[in-house]
Design a protein around this ligand. Structure first.
Ligand SMILES: [Zn+2]
Length: 468
């Protein structure tokens, strides 16, 4: 339910496990919010609270800086049958996200200052969480001519990317990096070499052969990750590789970071939960790569889906068990510093076609926290604070956002979640305008309970949490 209470004067969250990686804090304590800012964290928060402060008992729950998803398709302008700023940000709030970064592959593309201004204005009017905007690298995301990067920066973008596409011309990409560095903008790249990938629809390997589908080889990603490492080194620009899916990409990134190259990467839950075997149907998946998931979550074996289900079609594609393991290792050792959803809504009628013809992408804002907790924290790969850092301080640092911390004086963007709550992702409960998720019906573990943006509760699972 959306809680539309007026802006409250003060809010005291009591007794939660407060985890703020930016301040290396992990303690059972209180958080005081007033006038939209964090006022105090710690034992004295309750003492400082005005008598009329609203109190929210959050014992047993985690309180952390508002989660940031730096890779979201909100589909405005032009594709509002898939998602809108209102529905996309509602899905974000429900998933525990207080800030999202929207991608520019809209219709028209976000490649000029006017469109940036339009989205920022509409986001304030219609969005319930913070929306940060990225601008295109190239005009109309065509990969031929640079977009006006300086003008985009002045209009308020936080990064440039041609996401959904990839600049193939290395010289154009070099110029983009040089401009981006001049304007202190990171360059985010969807790594896909067109000559290697051509019209591939799933990972090139055993299952693409069995299923008779055209393959999208790992090298199609790795070649561009390597290109980006070289260009980051050459230009000094910060390049961020989006939705890494292949083992070779992780290895390249690990080696480059050791040398101090300004390169970074992100991973999405579908790539470290599922594999290409899922495209062959649930029976094949649970009998092969799904086994390791089942040891942690035996209840999942009851889930069924057919072969060639287009909700398992994304770009980059689901890869092999070895790639999935490499992405998890990259997350565990810090090679991959950022988690995100690549939330990519599409209408039912678009996805309900043959696998070959369906668009790439799935929704993800409402399931990414749970899937990340399950695969990374509950599976004991990294600690809870390290996971929270990948959703807060790390994306904030990459994009120079004044977010991702509970420091006194910071914007009161706060997420309250229960890391152990078991729940089922129901079709009827999604706030997104689209329902192209492979995770409907999954029994997940970990759930947002309240989402606070600028001191205001924009979503809460249960209004009874708000004690008088
Ligand atoms: Zn992409």
């Amino acid at each position: 339910m959306r809680v539309s209470s007026p802006r409250m004067a003060a809010l005291l969250l009591t007794g939660g496990r407060v985890v703020d990686p930016a301040n290396r804090l992990d303690a059972k304590t209180d958080v005081l919010i007033s006038e939209g800012k964090i006022t105090a964290v710690g034992a004295d928060a309750a003492k400082k609270a005005p008598r009329d402060a609203e109190r929210m008992a959050v014992d047993g729950l985690v309180v952390c800086p508002g989660l940031i998803d730096l890779h979201v398709h909100l589909r405005e302008p032009g594709q509002t049958s898939k998602e809108t700023l209102a529905t996309g940000t509602a899905a974000a709030a429900r998933g525990g996200f207080t800030s999202v970064v929207c991608m520019p592959n809209t219709s028209p593309a976000i490649d000029n200052a006017g469109t940036v201004a339009l989205i920022r204005e509409r986001a304030v009017q219609q969005g319930i969480v913070n929306v940060f905007v990225t601008g295109a690298i190239s005009k109309n995301i065509a990969g031929e001519e640079l977009a006006p990067i300086g003008g985009l920066k002045r209009a308020g973008i936080v990064a440039i990317t041609d996401d959904g596409h990839c600049v193939q011309n290395n010289d154009l990409m070099r110029r983009a990096c040089e401009y981006a560095k001049m304007f202190d903008l990171p360059v985010m790249d969807h790594c896909q070499d067109y000559s290697l990938v051509t019209d591939g629809v799933m990972h090139e390997g055993y299952w693409s052969t069995v299923l008779g589908l055209r393959g999208w080889p790992s090298a199609g990603e790795e070649v561009i990750v390597a290109r980006n490492i070289l260009l980051a080194e050459l230009t000094g620009a910060k390049i961020h590789c989006q939705h890494l899916s292949a083992a070779g990409s992780v290895a390249l990134l690990r080696e480059a970071k050791k040398r101090g190259v300004p390169i970074s990467g992100e991973a999405c839950p579908h790539h470290f939960t599922l594999t290409d075997a899922a495209v062959a149907g649930s029976e094949k998946f649970w009998a092969s790569d799904g086994k390791t998931l089942l040891t942690l979550n035996p209840q999942l074996s009851t889930l069924n889906w057919p072969s060639y289900d287009a909700n398992f079609k994304m770009n980059p594609p689901l890869r092999s068990a070895r790639d999935r393991e490499a992405v998890l290792e990259g997350l565990a050792d810090g090679t991959i510093e950022i988690l995100c959803s690549d939330h990519a809504p599409h209408c039912d009628y678009e996805k309900e076609v043959e696998f070959d013809y369906a668009p790439f992408g799935i929704t993800g804002l409402e399931t990414e926290l749970a899937l990340s907790l399950m695969q990374i924290v509950h599976a004991k790969r990294i600690s809870l604070p390290d996971l929270i850092a990948k959703f807060t301080v790390n994306p904030a640092r990459l994009l120079n956002l004044n977010k991702g911390t509970l420091s006194a004086g910071a914007d009161a963007d706060v997420t309250v979640f229960d890391p152990d709550r078991e729940w089922i992702f129901e079709h009827a409960a999604t706030a997104s305008k689209s329902a192209n998720s492979p995770f409907f019906g999954w029994k997940l573990k970990g759930k947002a309970v309240a989402t606070i943006v600028g001191g205001k509760k924009v979503w809460a699972e249960n209004s009874e949490l708000v004690a008088a």
